[in-house]
Design a protein around this ligand. Structure first.
Ligand SMILES: *[C@@H]1O[C@H](CO)[C@@H](O)[C@H](O)[C@H]1NC(C)=O
Ligand SMILES: *[C@@H]1O[C@H](CO)[C@@H](O)[C@H](O)[C@H]1NC(C)=O
Ligand SMILES: *[C@@H]1O[C@H](CO)[C@@H](O)[C@H](O)[C@H]1NC(C)=O
Ligand SMILES: *[C@@H]1O[C@H](CO)[C@@H](O)[C@H](O)[C@H]1NC(C)=O
Ligand SMILES: *[C@@H]1O[C@H](CO)[C@@H](O)[C@H](O)[C@H]1NC(C)=O
Ligand SMILES: *[C@@H]1O[C@H](CO)[C@@H](O)[C@H](O)[C@H]1NC(C)=O
Ligand SMILES: *[C@@H]1O[C@H](CO)[C@@H](O)[C@H](O)[C@H]1NC(C)=O
Ligand SMILES: *[C@@H]1O[C@H](CO)[C@@H](O)[C@H](O)[C@H]1NC(C)=O
Ligand SMILES: *[C@@H]1O[C@H](CO)[C@@H](O)[C@H](O)[C@H]1NC(C)=O
Ligand SMILES: *[C@@H]1O[C@H](CO)[C@@H](O)[C@H](O)[C@H]1NC(C)=O
Length: 472
């Protein structure tokens, strides 16, 4: 294992290359003292291997499914001995889905591109999620994700901004033609896992959601550039689903659906599973999504969503900034949501809440299961080129309460709506908001909407300085 380890071997390799004088670029890339590439992660690894050690061929045509699966199966044996990292070197690596392991890092070189296989028989079938009761595209099973893991601890997927292309066009077409028997794969899904980092990557063209952590905790997602065509179906950027302690920062997302969507299960299945999404922090985030929202809460929120703190947000050409989506039958709650500092340009709506989001897993939802939407706080917003300031639609006999909006300046586009604020079944307060809000959100002098002053434990997690510890 790891013949590439050890400084003497690495230095030996470097000097050979220097003598040959042909690969100076590679030498320049090796910044770490040991000859590897430096990166930051929640944990560094003792063992290291390169995909080519397991027969990988980076020509964009040869399948690397076996290479990835064999490599990770091999490296899983080092989980209890300091863990292992698998390095994906420069090249185009076509692969079918593979599963991760614990105490493991998948590291993509800057010039590495992982290409998702379009050979459907390579994609495993998984049962539907218990908190959903069915798949989103089709009622029965679902395809496993390109990069999948379940019941794991301490997993890192990172790189020097290397890329993963889901080659989603194949799946989008099937979806549009209603040819799917199973729900489309996601690009990355981690279930029942703890201590996750996904960072410094460019993710392209996912078949459906890009990143779906579900029933998981302590997750850092950082420095991600996510890009899908703005008309691609359900290509949500990051969807924490029944997750606790999540930190999303410095991400840039262009998507055909919501850039971030926080979820927690669907109607009677989500109510029964009862696993909320909570303690989520989002910072320095940019979204482009002409037909969807920058940050969605729901529509699947039946396990509850609480304590979301978002700040320093930019949306450009996006349908709405923050949108709460829910419906009768969902149950659950959305509460203690804090948003501060939004710079918005070219928007249909700034604020949007929908209490009649018509989508149910089946007709068996409980019409008495009403969602509790309360404690929604927005402040310090500048928006330009806006069609309508707010569409706030609660549920009759079940109003959305304790809404607070302060220090907001909204400027219109060429064709603004006559009624800028449309509020039904909502209550709360506002201050220093232009244009003037609806009567159900009266002005309160001196009001500044709250934003927590403490920080969440996930915010103080420091990343360690690691190295690929390999020369390639
Ligand atoms: C992992 O692969 C290396 C290199 O091919 C091999 O030497 C080692 O025996 C394998 N380890 C396990 C646990 O399979
Ligand atoms: C990955 O794990 C899931 C769930 O345990 C399993 O169904 C699937 O077959 C695994 N995939 C591979 C490629 O081993
Ligand atoms: C598709 O994958 C299956 C199963 O892994 C394999 O047997 C088959 O040869 C692949 N087809 C092509 C065209 O690569
Ligand atoms: C994963 O963890 C969940 C929740 O603890 C458990 O129900 C499930 O059986 C575990 N799955 C595996 C494959 O260990
Ligand atoms: C990563 O790559 C993308 C796409 O090439 C680029 O837009 C982005 O600026 C890069 N990010 C960093 C941090 O280099
Ligand atoms: C859907 O599944 C059924 C039953 O498993 C199968 O007969 C049919 O060919 C499948 N259709 C497609 C489009 O895969
Ligand atoms: C707001 O975002 C736009 C780009 O969408 C940028 O030009 C402008 O400088 C930003 N303003 C502030 C105050 O950050
Ligand atoms: C909604 O949640 C708030 C805050 O937890 C609570 O005070 C209120 O009673 C709840 N409302 C309903 C209708 O359950
Ligand atoms: C109002 O919001 C702007 C940013 O949108 C911010 O620069 C300013 O400091 C805020 N004012 C107050 C009094 O907080
Ligand atoms: C306001 O919103 C309600 C509920 O969505 C809708 O029925 C009504 O037509 C809207 N009113 C205006 C003036 O747009």
């Amino acid at each position: 294992m790891c013949p590439r380890l050890g400084n003497s071997i690495v230095i030996g390799v470097i000097s050979v290359i220097l003598i040959l004088g042909s690969e100076k670029v590679k030498v320049a890339e090796c910044k770490a003292a040991n000859g590897g590439i430096e990166y930051t992660a929640i944990n560094c690894r003792k063992h290291s291997a390169v995909l080519t050690d397991f027969g990988g061929v980076g020509d964009g045509v040869t399948s690397n499914t076996k290479a990835f699966r064999n490599a990770i199966s091999n490296l899983s044996h080092y989980a209890s001995d300091g863990g292992a990292q698998l390095i994906v070197p420069p090249g185009k690596w076509l692969t079918g889905p593979f599963n991760l392991t614990s105490h493991f890092t998948l590291f993509l070189h800057n010039k590495a591109l992982i290409l998702a296989s379009q050979n459907e028989s390579e994609w495993p079938h998984l049962p539907v999620l218990p908190s959903y009761g069915r798949g989103r595209d089709a009622p029965h099973g679902r395809f496993g994700s390109l990069i999948f893991g379940t019941n794991l601890t301490d997993v890192v997927i990172t790189g020097q901004n290397g890329s993963i292309d889901g080659q989603g066009a194949y799946w989008w077409k099937k979806f549009h033609n209603k040819k799917l028997n199973l729900t489309r794969p996601y690009m990355i899904e981690l279930m029942y896992s703890d201590q996750i980092q996904i960072s410094s990557l460019t993710l392209l063209n996912s078949p459906s959601y890009f990143i779906h952590p579900v029933y998981s905790s302590n997750i850092i997602m950082q420095g991600l550039t996510i890009n899908a065509p703005i008309n691609s179906p359900n290509t949500d950027g990051i969807d924490p689903d029944s997750c606790t302690n999540v930190r999303i920062e410095d991400c840039y997302i262009v998507s055909g659906d919501d850039c971030v969507s926080i979820k927690s299960g669907w109607d009677e299945y989500g109510i029964k599973f009862a696993m909320p999404s909570q303690h989520i922090v989002i910072k320095r985030f940019t979204c482009v999504s002409p037909d969807s929202t920058m940050i969605a809460l729901g529509s699947e929120m039946s396990g509850g969503i609480s304590d979301v703190r978002a700040e320093d947000l930019t949306a450009i050409n996006t349908e709405s900034a923050i949108r709460i989506k829910t419906a009768v039958g969902r149950g659950g709650y959305v509460k203690d949501i804090f948003v501060k500092g939004m710079n918005l340009t070219t928007m249909k709506y700034v604020f949007w809440m929908t209490g009649a989001y018509k989508s149910h897993p089946d007709p068996n939802y409980d019409p008495k299961a009403l969602p509790n939407i309360t404690g929604i706080n927005y402040r310090d917003v500048v928006a330009t080129q806006v069609m309508m300031s707010a569409r706030l639609q609660g549920i009759s006999n079940n109003p959305f309460t304790n809404i607070c909006i302060s220090n907001v300046t909204i400027q219109f586009n060429e064709k603004p709506k006559k009624h800028q604020w449309n509020c039904t079944d909502v209550s709360g307060v506002t201050n220093k908001v232009t244009p003037p809000p609806c009567e159900s959100l009266p002005e309160k002098e001196q009001l500044q909407c709250p934003f927590p002053t403490n920080s969440l434990p996930i915010e103080s997690v420091k990343l360690k300085s690691c190295s690929t510890n390999a020369f390639f």
